[in-house]
Ligand binder design. Structure first.
Ligand SMILES: [Zn+2]
Length: 216
């Protein structure tokens, strides 16, 4: 079988050519792309994976089970996979080594991303997973420490954005980007601007929720 973690252009489009290389035509498994995904990320698997499903790989001597965990956020159809016998987490683009996941709205969503981060932490705790194998970058050890660092980084970025918006309420996306991502090389700003937009959407949602709650 060929398992796709999500539908972005540097992932799922490789599945069909890979499938064509094999005489037995292994099925492509994954979750179909969401309605808000970009046209370039359109993806339909041969069979849809379900959250909590176990993919069993067995021969006479060995059995390995891959647990499918739905992790929307980076992409709405993202899944991570845990190889239970070896206690390894295949994190796709949800957790990377050496870079931060881009969250590209509207298919990407920060609140969903953070919920999925918590889910990964609970999974690593429950299944005693120490190593993460991301789709980009080297293997990460001390899985739960890495996840905690990632979440703290994401929330710190959000706090920085909120501060900048408060200081410059009539600023443009470029104004806020320049300050909120001043520690990021300028060549990465086009990608960072997508994540900035995702955080602004979340801050806006939070503001509306707190306004609704404070009304008499
Ligand atoms: Zn991706």
């Amino acid at each position: 079988m060929i398992v796709c973690t999500h539908s972005h252009v540097d992932h799922a489009p490789g599945a069909r050519p890979l499938q064509a290389m094999y005489a037995h035509k292994p099925p492509i498994l994954g979750v179909p792309s969401g309605p808000l995904a970009r046209a370039s990320s359109h993806f339909v698997p041969d069979r849809e994976l379900r959250d909590g499903e176990l993919l069993v790989l067995a021969d006479d001597a060995h059995t390995h089970r891959l647990l499918v965990v739905s992790t929307p956020g980076h992409a709405s159809n993202h899944v991570c996979l845990a190889l239970l016998e070896d206690r390894l987490l295949f994190s796709g683009d949800h957790i990377l080594n050496g870079s931060t996941s881009i969250i590209d709205p509207p298919d990407g969503n920060v609140t969903a991303y953070l919920t999925s981060v918590d889910r990964m932490d609970a999974l690593c705790s429950e299944r005693e997973i120490d190593f993460i194998l991301p789709a980009h970058g080297y293997v990460l050890d001390r899985a739960r420490d890495q996840i905690a660092r990632l979440k703290a980084h994401r929330l710190a970025r959000e706090a920085k954005i909120a501060e900048e918006v408060k200081a410059l309420p009539n600023g443009s996306l470029e104004d806020w980007l320049r300050v909120a991502y001043d520690d990021v090389p300028e060549r990465l700003w086009p990608a960072a601007s997508r994540s900035l937009l995702a955080h602004l959407e979340r801050l806006d949602e939070q503001r509306h929720t707190s306004q609704a709650c404070s009304r008499p």
